[in-house]
Design a protein around this ligand. Structure first.
Ligand SMILES: [Cu+2]
Length: 264
């Protein structure tokens, strides 16, 4: 765990590949705005002094032979047009519109609820088990249909998301109740999660570590308690975690079946 909490002067530490482009946009915006503020401010101060009221002075609105220059405004306009069309929109499209295809990205389902994050991994078959609202119970928070063959190797994890470093993953997100929002500062991008609808988010984690998940949409009294963790693991650690989770799930399912058989 290489994250040390503490004071950060600028952006929080980044743990995804696309963070560089986003952070550069932030830096560029602030540096250019600061430069404009200083230049305009200095010129404003100079004008106040140079054209101050003096005895006998009269306001002059037109000086013969002098023409106003549009060049400073044109430069600012050109920069802003480029910033939107050449930088902002393409970056937005890449992060929000161009979700990587399932063949290139690990797919993980996220079912948010008041006040927890339920993660479902499709397992070796690559297929998510069916979910059914009527099956939702205290012990089955996402309503997974255990009779569906696709659900046999699925892995469920509450509030803890594990992903391997260096591999792109996509969250397929929906909510059981109200609107939530998945946010991890080190991952930069975030997205609302809506009941009855699927939204997606993708990340390309680059730094091994533990990062906090927060809900970024006020969702009820427990909103501030809706905290989880993303663990960006070395691939071997990730595989070991998956294996452990699957064994645990099969063990629990077997125990439940034995119990039901003993009762009947
Ligand atoms: Cu929430």
């Amino acid at each position: 765990m290489n994250q040390e909490p503490g004071f950060e002067f600028w952006m929080p530490p980044a743990a995804v590949g696309f963070a560089g482009e986003l952070d550069s946009l932030m830096v560029l915006l602030h540096v250019v705005m600061l430069a404009m503020f200083v230049i305009w401010g200095a010129y404003f101060g100079y004008s106040l002094y140079a054209y101050r009221s003096r005895p006998g002075g009269r306001a002059v609105y037109h000086v013969a032979g002098e023409k106003a220059s549009f060049i400073p405004d044109a430069l600012v306009l050109a920069f802003e047009v480029w910033l939107i069309l050449g930088y902002g929109i393409p970056l937005w499209a890449k992060l929000k519109q161009e979700t990587p295809p399932p063949t290139e990205s690990l797919q993980i389902r996220l079912v948010a609820q008041q006040f927890a994050w339920n993660f479902q991994y499709p397992g070796a078959d690559g297929k998510f088990g069916r979910r059914e609202v009527s099956l939702v119970s205290a012990g089955n928070s996402i309503g997974l249909d255990e009779s569906d063959p696709a659900s046999k190797d699925d892995i469920l994890s509450i509030n803890n998301l594990h992903v391997p470093v260096g591999r792109t993953f996509t969250l397929l997100m929906t909510s059981k109740d109200v609107i939530h929002d998945f946010q991890v500062n080190a991952f930069r991008n975030k997205q609302d999660i809506l009941p009855g609808m699927m939204t997606t988010l993708w990340f390309d984690p680059t730094v091994v570590g533990k990062y906090e998940i927060g809900c970024a949409q006020l969702c009820g009294l427990g909103h501030t308690q809706m905290v989880g963790n993303v663990f960006v693991d070395e691939p071997a650690d990730y595989e070991a975690w998956l294996k452990g989770q699957l064994e645990m799930r099969i063990g629990t399912a077997d125990a439940r079946r034995d119990l039901e058989e003993a009762r009947s």
